[in-house]
Design a binder for this molecule. Structure first.
Ligand SMILES: NC(=O)c1ccc[n+]([C@@H]2O[C@H](COP(=O)([O-])OP(=O)(O)OC[C@H]3O[C@@H](n4cnc5c(N)ncnc54)[C@H](O)[C@@H]3O)[C@@H](O)[C@H]2O)c1
Length: 342
């Protein structure tokens, strides 16, 4: 018997077509809020759900004993209660590499915007062309250092792009052995070095008990006054009050953010008042190409479970408190294999 599949938010045509062609019934959700999804769960008792942005709590999962699989339409899964899924025999899947390139490009875009002081130029040049041309600070990326914290799917892709811009790349990721880092990066095992030596510190970790508040007044104080913070990961990794003070008082040169603590942004967020801070509305993974891939991979995950196959992308919720760590820094000459590169 075919399944009922709840889509709280619309997915792209490839994913929808895959599910419809397999004979499943699609239920379009009534709204984006968790309470809307809860109501849909109770009313329709779907077998599966593909979720893009709504936080999915234990209450939602336990409201539907017929639920077999939830797929996160993308890479991050901190808004899904994975433990509640496991406790209730619900498979938790995601689409980890669908948008990695798109997010890495976003990090590079923010680095470029900060290097050329785009907001200040934009706000200056119509009124004072010569000031914008001659007085506003602008920097070249070639020869500068980017420090990558978290060298997984996205961090590795940023590393390759930064190397192509002739930047030096430092990468810190204690859970990866040195051979698994991309060629050309310097593997760093001391996080303080990233903050102290980088011209751009770029965060690409999940939001965990270890990384929460990782960028704070102490780590910001280690950074050069000419350096920038880039965060396309999760808002929880940064203490925003400390970042505001650091950017306002010249402790660092500025910040480029695609993730903040409260999304959608509070119009009174003080970071919005600073011309050396750029905030995007969490669009890193939202290019057309990435969304098409994520929709297809998410639908593929549902279909794999339906057919009784081993899913390609189950969520492994790593316990970073007990996960093995590495201290090696030397890479062999061979390239790492097995990385998807879209
Ligand atoms: N802006 C967006 O639209 C967007 C889209 C997708 C993902 N993301 C976010 O980007 C981040 C990275 O995603 P990914 O797909 O590359 O994940 P990933 O799992 O492939 O990589 C994360 C890496 O971080 C490392 N890590 C974990 N804890 C660490 C720590 N304390 N210090 C240093 N490294 C640590 C892990 O070992 C792993 O290699 C996540 O927070 C994800 O939610 C944002």
């Amino acid at each position: 018997m075919a399944w009922k599949i709840l889509l709280p938010q619309e997915i792209m045509s490839e994913g929808r077509a895959l599910l419809q062609n397999a004979g499943h019934t699609i239920i379009d959700g009534r709204g984006f809020e968790t309470t809307d999804v809860l109501a849909d769960m109770k009313e329709h008792q779907p077998d599966a759900m593909i979720v893009r942005i709504t936080p999915i709590t234990r209450e939602v999962i336990e409201a539907n004993p017929n639920l077999k699989v939830i797929v996160r339409h993308g890479a991050g899964f901190d808004a899904l209660d994975v433990k509640a899924c496991h406790d209730n025999g619900v498979q938790a899947l995601y689409a980890p590499v669908a948008n990695s390139t798109s997010v890495a490009e976003t990090a590079l875009l923010l680095i470029l915007e900060m290097s050329r002081n785009v907001t200040v130029l934009h706000n200056t040049w119509v009124q004072d062309y010569y000031k914008a041309k001659l007085k506003v600070r602008k920097n070249t990326l070639s020869g500068k250092t980017v420090g990558i914290i978290g060298c997984g799917n996205i961090g590795s892709r940023l590393a390759k792009r930064a190397l192509a811009m002739e930047m030096n790349v430092l990468a810190y990721d204690p859970y990866k052995p040195a051979p698994a880092f991309p060629d050309g990066v310097e593997v760093v095992r001391d996080l303080d070095r990233i903050f102290k030596e980088s011209d751009y510190v770029s965060v690409h970790t999940p939001n965990t008990p270890v990384t929460r508040d990782m960028v704070n007044k102490n780590t910001l104080a280690m950074m050069k006054p000419t350096a920038f913070l880039i965060n396309t990961a999760r808002g929880g990794c940064v203490v925003e009050e400390d970042l505001y003070d650091a950017c306002k008082n010249g402790m660092i040169a500025g910040a480029g953010l695609d993730a903040i603590r409260k999304e959608p942004v509070d119009p009174n967020n003080p970071l919005l008042t600073l011309d050396n801070v750029i905030i995007y509305p969490h669009i890193g993974g939202n290019t057309t190409e990435a969304a098409h891939r994520a929709s297809y991979f998410a639908a593929m995950g549902v279909q794999e479970v339906y057919e009784g196959k081993e899913p390609t992308w189950p969520i492994h919720d790593v316990d970073y408190a007990t996960a093995p760590t590495y201290t090696d820094t030397q890479k062999p000459d061979t390239k790492p294999s097995g990385m998807f590169d879209f």
